[in-house]
Design a protein around this ligand. Structure first.
Ligand SMILES: CC1=C(/C=C/C(C)=C/C=C/C(C)=C/C=C/C=C(C)/C=C/C=O)C(C)(C)CCC1
Ligand SMILES: [Fe+2]
Length: 576
């Protein structure tokens, strides 16, 4: 395989330039038929939860889904734009998962390194309708968990729906029963409406649909998460069984937290936004416990509510608390129809801030105003020091949407499903904050860490080598763009020192977050592999393994059918 040069030119992936043989047929699957519980399901003409009266090959309550995925083989020869548009309307990335669960061994093309032993788990919203009712936003879907178990160069894939209360209630009642990201259940009458409002304040009507991420705690428990605290659900990484709720034993209360806690072998750190007295609690939980303890509190400098904190960065000694002008909005939380910014509001006059809290004392050691920004995903942060070892600044990197909130509308399913060849993905960049720590200025700066053209001006779903968390680092792996597109469609390796990117692209496919796994004993930051799951054209899908250093494809394993787009993942190392 020819080496990909760091380049602004995104080279389309072509099988002819690789060692990997052409795509295998579906009969190549080494599927474990016994564990493919729903494998023989007769698909109905629509997705529904099966009723008792149904005569199909499934049990009452099972998920029955339309097989509405294009089954024709990919066309060869000259490009056929009309067909591409047709395919995009039904792109498997934005189509509900075909069945509730599947498990089986995959046929591997190429070579998976023998040292890669463990399980990659990926979570995301993969089921976007109940009966005839279609959800509107990507983030509304019921959680679909996918696992790739690597052992001795072989891969077993499995997927399964998370059995949240929200999912089980939807299945039982064939309707939406809890408030999702943008969807709100319709009350049957006025009394029910009043009850629903009361339930909103108590949190009872909020979803526990843990569809955003999955983390492995230091004690080995694996927890799926969303932004509602009640949506913390423990799963079994081998069977994907839902084991139960992760119950926090403290009395901190609150309804929402950051979707991205910082999780290491020694701690779990997260932010709890306070919507009543605008601010954030920074909390820490030890492995083996369910008790979060408060490190400190940050009061907001702007208003009227805290900024959305989907994620936040840490350095070795500090927690960085972002205060984004895209703020939670209590009124929008109460509305039954989605607003332009869903549960949030854009308050440019309230300005944007970055606060820095000392992890050991809980003291706020810096709080600066920064240029307006929009980010969902911080990448990493680290401390800059002078010759005497004093911390002079904190560098915090994020996937930054040029202070433009329109990405939230672009992620409506209707928009994702209607790609017509127009370039409609808003530009994004690696935003680099510099937060002075020496009191030299009340302002922090925000600039692009590299020319966004390096990654097609698309940038999100970024990961790093976890050994570099909170430390000076060089490489980040993310989804970038090959234009025209309506969603990030490349995998990109960012070199923050050389300010260059290497890009991987398979035309018509949508890759999910690239996940880096270090080679045991590695000394170089990028010595390892990058795993991603690809929702491909024509309803197909596969897992891809790239070399973390060269960013060349080293193996792929085709799924029996394409899976919907997924968000975030984690690595569960082999235990023995
Ligand atoms: C369920 C409730 C909420 C839930 C919020 C959730 C589930 C937020 C999820 C946010 C995600 C997954 C953000 C990902 C962003 C990805 C981007 C921007 C990719 C861009 C690609 O170009 C609340 C809103 C907390 C309110 C209560 C109810
Ligand atoms: Fe996220």
């Amino acid at each position: 395989m020819a080496s990909l040069a760091f380049s602004t030119l995104i080279k389309p992936y072509t099988t002819s330039s690789t060692k990997i043989p052409p795509s295998s047929s579906s009969s190549d699957f080494l599927a474990n038929k016994d564990s493919s519980i729903f494998g023989a399901t007769t698909f109905s003409s629509n997705m529904n939860f099966c009723k008792k009266s149904c005569t199909g090959n499934h049990r009452p309550g099972d998920l029955v889904i339309t097989n509405n995925i294009a089954t024709k083989p990919p066309s060869v020869g000259s490009p056929q734009p009309e067909k591409e548009i047709e395919n995009d309307r039904k792109h498997v990335a934005w189509t509900s998962v075909r069945q509730e669960r599947w498990q089986g061994e995959l046929h591997v093309q190429g070579e998976i390194p023998l040292w890669l032993n463990g399980t990659y788990l990926r979570n995301g919203p993969g089921l976007w309708h109940i009966g005839d009712y279609n959800f509107r936003h990507l983030f509304d879907g019921y959680a679909t968990l996918v696992r790739l178990h690597f052992h001795g160069g072989r891969v077993v894939m499995g997927h399964r729906q998370i059995e949240s209360d929200a999912y089980k209630a939807a299945k039982k009642n064939n309707k939406l029963c809890y408030r999702e990201f943008s969807e709100v259940p319709k009350p049957d009458n006025f009394l029910a409406y009043i009850g629903d409002l009361a339930n909103l304040f108590s949190g009872a009507s909020l979803t526990d649909n843990a569809n955003t991420g999955v983390v492995r705690l230091g004690d080995g428990r694996v927890v799926c998460l969303t932004e509602t605290i009640k949506g913390s659900i423990i799963i079994d990484p081998d069977t994907l069984d839902t084991l139960g709720k992760f119950e926090y034993s403290d009395k901190l209360g609150g309804l929402i937290h950051s979707a991205h806690p910082i999780v290491t072998n020694t701690e779990f750190l997260t932010l709890l936004p306070d919507l009543i007295k605008p601010g954030y609690l920074v909390v820490r939980m030890e492995p083996g416990t369910n008790e979060r303890r408060v490190i400190g509190r940050v009061g907001c400098r702007g208003g009227p509510a805290p900024g959305w904190v989907h994620s936040f960065p840490v350095t070795e000694n500090y927690v960085v608390v972002p205060e984004m002008p895209l703020r939670y909005c209590a009124q929008n939380l109460l509305k039954s129809e989605p607003t332009e910014l869903f549960k949030f509001e854009w308050h440019p006059h309230s300005k944007a801030y970055m606060h820095v809290m000392c992890k050991s004392s809980g003291n706020i050691v810096a709080s600066v105003e920064v240029p307006l920004y929009v980010t969902f995903h911080f990448i990493n942060a680290y401390e800059e020091k002078d010759e005497e070892g004093r911390v002079t600044a904190i560098i915090a990197d994020c996937c930054e949407h040029n202070a433009d909130t329109t990405i939230l509308q672009k992620l409506r399913l209707q928009n994702l499903r209607s790609f017509s060849g127009q370039d409609v993905l808003p530009d994004a960049r690696v935003g680099r904050f510099r937060i002075p720590m020496d009191g030299s200025s009340p302002y922090g700066s925000l600039e692009a860490a590299l020319d966004p053209n390096e990654h097609g001006k698309g940038m999100d779903m970024c990961t790093i080598n976890p050994a570099f968390l909170g430390k000076k680092y060089r490489y980040a792996y993310a989804c970038g763009a090959q234009r025209p597109c309506n969603f990030p469609n490349t995998l990109t390796k960012i070199d923050l020192v050389e300010k260059e990117a290497k890009n991987w692209h398979d035309k018509g496919s949508i890759p999910s977050e690239p996940f880096f796994v270090a080679r045991p004993g590695a000394t170089e930051e990028d010595d390892g592999v990058v795993i991603s799951m690809i929702s491909d054209k024509n309803g197909e899908g596969y897992a891809v393994v790239l070399d973390g250093s060269t960013f060349e494809e080293i193996a792929r394993a085709k799924f029996p059918y394409g899976l919907p787009y997924g968000l975030h993942g984690c690595w569960v190392p082999k235990t023995s």
